[in-house]
Design a protein around this ligand. Structure first.
Ligand SMILES: [Zn+2]
Length: 242
């Protein structure tokens, strides 16, 4: 039984007959397919010569998954699989191809953006993938194929995928959606914002500061914008406490 089958309602499992090394899914990387096809199964099962993405998201937001999330796929250069020596595990990116009607200047539909946000949260829930942009090419999080300047470690050919239109959408539509959905979860799955604020205020004062108000404001801003556990660590770091 394959592992890492995305069990979102809009997903269909269509496994490719590939055997590749195991990974701990640690990123979501978005691509554009330059394709009007409704499926990339046939392409990945031959003509692509061993290159494949984990999934393909159609215009209507429905998706096919070709490789389990815990197995390497080969769409992201150096992010396909890398060794995290600190954690002692092989990490890898979960790659999302997307329909663009054969033209990467076609914006993602809202349904595609919704599915990308769903996948990011699915990866977060199952594997702890942070709901923040990757800060380095080997830092867990979310991003897009051409995220880094040449020589791009995720794109040996240094191509521009998913294109400037979709990169702008990633920043201006997808990330805010991912973050808005996180906000509702802060109260459900993590310490409440008040608890976080109290912790930071205490820590801030313990570090010799007397005015916690500025820090509280900072916390609220950051807490509304990303994974609270990540924010928590960042706060400690910003305060010089960790
Ligand atoms: Zn790509």
């Amino acid at each position: 039984m394959a592992t890492g089958i995305v069990d979102l309602p809009q997903f269909t499992w269509r496994p490719l007959p590939v055997k590749q090394p195991a990974i701990v899914p640690s990123m979501m990387i978005a691509h554009t397919a330059v394709s009007s096809a409704s499926s990339l199964y046939a392409y990945f099962n031959g003509p692509s010569a061993g290159v494949e993405a984990h999934c393909y998201i159609r215009a209507d937001g429905t998706a096919e998954q070709y490789v389990g999330a815990e197995m390497q796929a080969d769409a992201n250069g150096g992010a396909n699989r890398w060794f995290d020596s600190r954690a002692g595990v092989w990490r890898g990116a979960f790659s999302c191809e997307s329909w663009d009607n054969g033209n990467p200047a076609t914006p993602w539909t809202q349904a595609q953006i919704n599915t990308l946000a769903d996948v990011a949260h699915w990866l977060h829930d199952r594997y702890g993938v942070p709901l923040t942009l990757c800060s380095t090419p080997t830092s867990p999080g979310v991003g897009w194929h051409a995220m880094w300047p040449a020589p791009n470690p995720w794109s040996p050919g240094n191509h521009t995928c998913p294109g400037s239109v979709r990169i702008a959408q990633f920043r201006n539509q997808l990330m805010p959606l991912i973050e808005r959905r996180s906000v509702g979860r802060i109260m459900a799955v993590t310490p409440s914002l008040t608890e976080i604020e109290n912790y930071v205020a205490k820590s801030y004062q313990a570090a010799g500061n007397t005015d916690a108000r500025g820090q509280r404001y900072w916390v609220r801003t950051a807490g509304a914008a990303s994974d609270p556990f990540v924010v928590f660590a960042e706060m400690d770091h910003a305060l010089g406490l960790a």
